[in-house]
Design a protein around this ligand. Structure first.
Ligand SMILES: *[C@@H]1O[C@H](CO)[C@@H](O)[C@H](O)[C@H]1NC(C)=O
Ligand SMILES: *[C@@H]1O[C@H](CO)[C@@H](O)[C@H](O)[C@H]1NC(C)=O
Ligand SMILES: *[C@@H]1O[C@H](CO)[C@@H](O)[C@H](O)[C@H]1NC(C)=O
Ligand SMILES: *[C@@H]1O[C@H](CO)[C@@H](O)[C@H](O)[C@H]1NC(C)=O
Ligand SMILES: *[C@@H]1O[C@H](CO)[C@@H](O)[C@H](O)[C@H]1NC(C)=O
Ligand SMILES: *[C@@H]1O[C@H](CO)[C@@H](O)[C@H](O)[C@H]1NC(C)=O
Ligand SMILES: *[C@@H]1O[C@H](CO)[C@@H](O)[C@H](O)[C@H]1NC(C)=O
Ligand SMILES: *[C@@H]1O[C@H](CO)[C@@H](O)[C@H](O)[C@H]1NC(C)=O
Ligand SMILES: *[C@@H]1O[C@H](CO)[C@@H](O)[C@H](O)[C@H]1NC(C)=O
Ligand SMILES: *[C@@H]1O[C@H](CO)[C@@H](O)[C@H](O)[C@H]1NC(C)=O
Length: 716
């Protein structure tokens, strides 16, 4: 079955070049960047911005966007949310003199769980949703200036933009008109079901492969991130529907570029927060294969730049030309710049590139897998990949534009490639870094906390604790500090702040405040003791429509309900309390500062974390259930039976994904190498065709090999 599958994929490869696509039409091979593009004159239009932590600058277009949104859009959004006669929060907006807090929203990783939790929660913060508006929570989204996403959180961020910022329920579930929804019931890897050889699956693999090959043929190194990026595009970009899923009638998002976000109507009208996606880097040449320490550079990708505000780099690269090797800011050859590298799917794939944590090449082990036969399959694939890889297969390969810069501090300064990884690889699963950048001057940071930390896939504070640590050490000169939070996971859990909305940093002692106010909205079970449906595993890559819909509703209810101490009742004043938190810093912008209103003072007693008098988990609602209960089980039982019957079949979910991607890469490299006449590599890959099944060789090795369980769940 394995080599049959590979052979089937390779057959597709072999036949692809026969049909030449019409380059004038949208096509899946628009995934290929354009190389040999004339570079801009860098003496007048540099591609790189270099600054220092002490004198940080933002890209001028970002400053312009925020300025326009602040002056043209936000005043009305604040009035619509908090204005009116005798509002419950007790402030007269006119007293703030038009100076409102600057708000950013952070969406962490966690695969589809995190994307769905963010969807349900954002919908509850969105004035366009009636029940959110009625609860008083709807409106926060409209007053935000920034939204940062990482891994699964980058998928909803990208999806919102590339669908022109629709209502969120319609984005996820479709609207029967122009929106098809995320199609989460269609499996990522084998969309036509588990028969790999069905015509439809074969057509799908062919299209994915065609995209990736078109990039490789430009001489740009690919990796597992590339096919993965294509799978993501089918669900989160706007060109795929149930009816065209298996055709290549459309490009399925190939050719849609992150640097084209400024052309999207929502952006042109400053109607949405400015998007930023986070990715980590593995120091090039490092043999680190699993989670990183806090040291390596953290990158951010905006519609304008690939940048890092980490003090040791402090530089940004024009995103349109990302994919071009630069040295000291100069292209090697002024007629050989690259554009089109910043494929929207590839940006989301880069941020969600967690393969390094699964394939431990250095030790020849695979995390996440038990010693079942299936691991043999993936093991062989990983071995095979290792033998044919040209560059790192398990990272997103980005030509480095920062070569030669900051050689005294930037550890990858003399490298020509960057190895970018899942943004959660350094344990900072919430993309806080961009929002704490000093130059951005954020007043309030909303955390839509869908991280999976504990065994039930609920958060336990790991991520803010790591970010707080990084900010107080490595980022001291460049970033704002984190407000006081419980110092370790045990304390986080003990105070209960991981299981109900909490405001951190309510009472700064300096003026201007020494840290932003953090609104923390953790994924948590229903107040009323119902079974939770929002704590799915990170690697669940298929959701039935029924589950998707129930998930959104439960997250929505969670986000409008607040909590009442030691009670299962929702807090009917929670909407007002959220408004209090959002507006609070405005009081400090007027001179002399305005006192906090009576209503907001009451709210803050319930929702603020006071380090002197920490709250207790004993105040949490009693009788909640924490164990995930699948609300629509038959969808997966079917798969389970299949896998039980087919010992060597590709396994569902993540293993299937890895195996498929492995097959695609192997096929791709085989093809590339064959074209290049590199007989030796060809011979190695062709061993897949041997009648002597690869897993028999694997089983000989098994005694000497160790298998590990994952030490990191927050990724993806
Ligand atoms: C800070 O950087 C900007 C832009 O690079 C520059 O114009 C300005 O002179 C710098 N200020 C200081 C104090 O170095
Ligand atoms: C899909 O998104 C692209 C890029 O934002 C846009 O140009 C196009 O009009 C969208 N297509 C549809 C059908 O919404
Ligand atoms: C279109 O899809 C088919 C598989 O159905 C594939 O063989 C073909 O190469 C694709 N062509 C293009 C231009 O993407
Ligand atoms: C990138 O460079 C091109 C060419 O100089 C320029 O037109 C474009 O505005 C730049 N984009 C950004 C975001 O700086
Ligand atoms: C620069 O790139 C162009 C376009 O690929 C190529 O024709 C030319 O030979 C290159 N020049 C050098 C010096 O490599
Ligand atoms: C990784 O590198 C370190 C330092 O160079 C070395 O001590 C260690 O053995 C290496 N680990 C592996 C798995 O190669
Ligand atoms: C930044 O650069 C300095 C100087 O080389 C180095 O000591 C420090 O370890 C670097 N910091 C990080 C986080 O890599
Ligand atoms: C890059 O720097 C490292 C250590 O600073 C050195 O070992 C390595 O040889 C350098 N590589 C190149 C290509 O100069
Ligand atoms: C908290 O989460 C981390 C993963 O993010 C996990 O390693 C740790 O065991 C968890 N601790 C508790 C007490 O749940
Ligand atoms: C608002 O969101 C809720 C919860 O997801 C949903 O049931 C309802 O249909 C939405 N209302 C509108 C008008 O979109």
């Amino acid at each position: 079955m394995l080599y049959g599958a590979l052979f089937a994929v390779l057959t597709v490869v072999a036949t692809v070049p026969a049909q030449q696509p019409d380059p004038s039409q949208d096509s899946v091979d628009d995934y290929a960047p354009s190389s040999n593009v004339q570079c801009p004159d860098i003496s007048t239009a540099p591609l790189i911005r270099v600054f220092t932590p002490e004198n940080q600058t933002l890209h001028p277009d970002e400053t312009e966007y925020i300025g326009q949104r602040t002056s043209k859009v936000l005043p009305d959004a604040w009035s619509a949310w908090l204005g009116g006669e005798l509002p419950a929060h007790g402030y007269d907006l006119a007293d703030f003199g038009g100076k409102y807090p600057k708000i950013g929203i952070a969406i962490p990783g966690g695969g589809l769980r995190s994307a769905l939790y963010a969807a349900g929660t954002l919908n509850a913060l969105d004035a366009r949703n009636d029940s959110a508006k009625a609860a008083g929570t709807g409106g926060l989204l409209q007053v935000a200036s920034y939204i940062s996403g990482l891994s699964g959180g980058s998928w909803i961020t990208g999806s919102l933009y590339f669908n022109n910022w629709p209502k969120i329920n319609e984005l996820v579930l479709g609207n029967g008109k122009d929106l098809e929804g995320w199609l989460l019931d269609v499996p990522f890897v084998t969309p036509d079901g588990i028969n790999l050889f069905s015509d439809k699956n074969q057509a799908f693999f062919g299209s994915v492969l065609w995209s990736v090959m078109s990039k490789a043929y430009k001489g740009i190194d690919t990796s597992m991130t590339d096919p993965w990026s294509r799978l993501i595009s089918y669900h989160f970009l706007n060109q795929t529907s149930r009816s065209n899923f298996f055709t290549n009638d459309t490009a399925h998002g190939a050719g849609q570029l992150w640097s084209h976000i400024p052309r999207i109507p929502t952006y042109q009208q400053f109607q949405a927060p400015f998007p930023i996606v986070v990715s980590d880097s593995r120091p090039v040449g490092s043999n680190l294969t699993t989670a990183l320490s806090l040291d390596p550079i953290v990158y951010e990708i905006t519609p304008l730049e690939l940048a890092s505000y980490d003090p040791n780099l402090s530089a940004g690269m024009n995103l349109t030309y990302a994919g071009t090797h630069l040295s000291n800011g100069k292209p090697e050859n002024g007629s050989a710049c690259v554009t089109g590298f910043d494929q929207a799917g590839f940006i989301m794939g880069t941020s969600a590139s967690l393969f390094n944590q699964l394939f431990d090449f250095a030790h020849n082990t695979l995390s996440e897998f038990s010693s079942s036969d299936s691991s043999g399959l993936v093991y062989v694939l990983s071995r095979q990949l290792r033998e044919v890889r040209t560059r790192a297969d398990d990272v997103a390969n980005w030509p480095s534009p920062f070569n030669g810069l900051k050689s005294a501090t930037f550890e990858d300064s003399n490298k020509t490639w960057l190895e970018l990884l899942d943004g959660a690889s350094n344990n900072e699963n919430v993309p806080y870094a961009p929002l704490f950048v000093k130059a951005r001057g954020m007043d309030v940071i909303v955390t839509i906390e869908g991280s999976s930390d504990d065994p039930n896939n609920f958060p336990n504070g790991t991520s803010p604790i790591f970010s707080s640590l990084r900010q107080s050490t490595i980022l001291r000169s460049s970033h704002q500090q984190f407000p006081p939070i419980p110092q370790n996971v045990e304390a986080f859990i003990e105070t209960g702040v991981n299981a109900r909305p909490t405001f951190f940093g309510c009472d700064p002692t300096q003026s201007p405040p020494e840290y932003p106010l953090v609104i923390y909205l953790p994924n948590a079970p229903p107040l009323n003791g119902d079974d939770p449906v929002t704590n799915t595993a990170t690697f669940t890559l298929t959701y039935t429509l029924k589950h998707t819909s129930l998930f959104l509703d439960q997250a929505h209810l969670n986000a409008i309900s607040g909590f009442t101490p030691r009670s299962t009742a929702p807090d009917l004043l929670y909407g007002t309390c959220l408004q209090c938190a959002a507006i609070d810093r405005a009081r400090l912008k007027v001179s002399p500062p305005l006192p906090r209103s009576k209503a907001c003072t009451t709210c803050f007693q319930r929702y603020c974390y006071d380090p002197q008098h920490p709250p207790s988990k004993a105040d949490l609602p009693p009788g909640r259930k924490f164990t995930f209960v699948d609300p629509d089980p038959q969808g997966f039982a079917r798969l389970g039976n299949f896998f039980a019957r087919n010992k060597f079949a590709l396994i569902g979910g993540l293993i299937g994904l890895l195996a498929l991607i492995g097959l695609l890469i192997a096929g791709l490299l085989w093809r590339k190498k064959r074209l290049l006449g590199r007989q030796q590599t060809y011979t190695r890959v062709s061993e897949f065709h041997d009648d002597d099944a690869p897993w028999s060789r694997y089983s000989e090795l098994r005694g000497t090999e160790a298998y590990e369980l994952p030490n990191h769940r927050g990724a993806l």
